[in-house]
Unconditional design. Structure first.
Length: 378
């Protein structure tokens, strides 16, 4: 299938409110002369598409959403997920009017309904591109975790019957489903989607940014977490593992924004390993952090892929991930990382200890090794 896409004179169009993983895909299609158009919710100047790449933007709602998140005090602004749903629906409505004839059209769940309806009317094949699994699974898994810290998921995430009805309609309109991992594939299979309609396509990382050049062995065992500090990311499991390991000589560094829901677990932490929070950083700074670390940990309760995994591997950094993380498809246990049972803090502590004793003797994972590991079962 991939060979036919590159060799045939096809045109594939893509729509996404935010650049995410679909913008690099659009750039690769453009280099091959196979991009119909990239429909973006980001302003053109911020997107930074190279000259000649066919891009159309509709960014008013995106500008309003990020302005509200940045400048409105938390008590005065709607929840972030409500804002993003409003952004997605407005963008999708515009794509439904703007989509032009092409051979195939990729869009993401929650922002594909009107675009898919338009594509069907034009006779265009539709591909629902899943970075994560179905929202129903996310709600089922995360409801008890929110309750654990005294929160109600419904107060923070506006997923209701109307949202699920919309999701069902998008799924019904999709000719194919592009899943980021076997974890997402299995979730789709449990929904009854035929296996022949699912394509597993794991993500890669930009080797111009994420590479081993300048890699330095830190003096102390340095653990890195990259992503939003929140309940979904398994923060509680990580902090409990650090307490069980009881290693004051280790370092724990967090890169990413901190969700309010994480305050409970951070405040309860009593381990000897110091926690350093760096906040959100750019890709180049993150790559530098990977090159100066000993191991990446991603203990998520639910994670369709985890782009930081190929990014870290490209930098020669082993990755310890839970078995609920889609990026486990790239991991060879105790060769370039470890896979542990989700929410099992004791096993995570054991893996951290193993890597603290062995990480310096493990060969670096180079970008071409990561690409070989991405030959995931289709």
């Amino acid at each position: 299938m991939a060979g036919r896409i590159w060799e045939a004179p096809v045109k594939i169009s893509i729509a996404a409110t935010n650049p995410c993983h679909l913008f690099p895909q659009a750039l690769e299609l453009a280099r091959a002369g196979a991009l119909g158009c990239y429909y973006s919710g980001y302003p053109a100047w911020k997107l930074g598409a190279p000259p000649g790449v066919p891009v159309r933007t509709h960014s008013l709602r995106t500008t309003i959403v990020y302005g509200a998140l940045k400048y409105l005090p938390e008590p005065l602004r709607p929840g972030a997920r409500s804002l993003f749903l409003w952004q997605d629906h407005g963008f999708d409505a515009w794509v439904g009017r703007a989509l032009e004839p092409c051979d195939a059209f990729h869009a993401m769940p929650g922002q594909a309904l009107r675009g898919f309806e338009r594509a069907r009317s034009l006779g265009v094949r539709t591909v629902l591109n899943h970075a994560t699994g179905p929202v129903r699974d996310w709600v089922r898994m995360m409801t008890p975790e929110y309750e654990r810290v005294g929160l109600r998921l419904t107060d923070h995430c506006p997923y209701d019957a109307a949202y699920f009805a919309r999701e069902d309609r998008e799924y019904a309109l999709a000719d194919y489903h592009c899943a980021a991992s076997t974890v997402v594939r299995d979730q789709l299979l449990r929904l009854g989607i035929a296996s022949e309609r699912i394509i597993v396509a794991p993500y890669g990382a930009d080797p111009a940014i994420f590479n081993t050049q300048g890699r330095i062995e830190p003096e102390k065992f340095r653990i890195v977490f990259a992503g939003q500090l929140g309940l979904r990311k398994g923060l509680r499991t990580l902090l409990e593992a650090l307490e069980k390991a009881d290693r004051p000589g280790w370092e724990m560094h967090f890169y990413g924004s901190e969700a309010p829901e994480a305050r409970h677990d951070l405040a309860a932490y009593g381990g000897p390993t110091p926690l350093t929070r760096h906040g959100s950083v750019g890709q180049r700074q993150l790559a530098d952090a990977f090159r100066h670390a000993s191991v990446l940990v991603l203990p998520s309760l639910e994670e369709g892929f985890g782009l930081v995994i190929p990014q870290a591997l490209n930098c020669g950094l082993p990755c310890i991930v839970s078995n609920s993380v889609g990026g486990k498809d790239l991991i060879r246990h105790r060769e370039n990382g470890s896979i542990f049972p989700c929410e099992d803090a004791q096993v995570l502590a054991e893996e951290l200890f193993w890597w603290s004793e062995n990480w310096h003797a493990v060969c670096e994972c180079h970008p071409w090794e990561v690409m070989k590991m991405m030959n995931v079962e289709r």
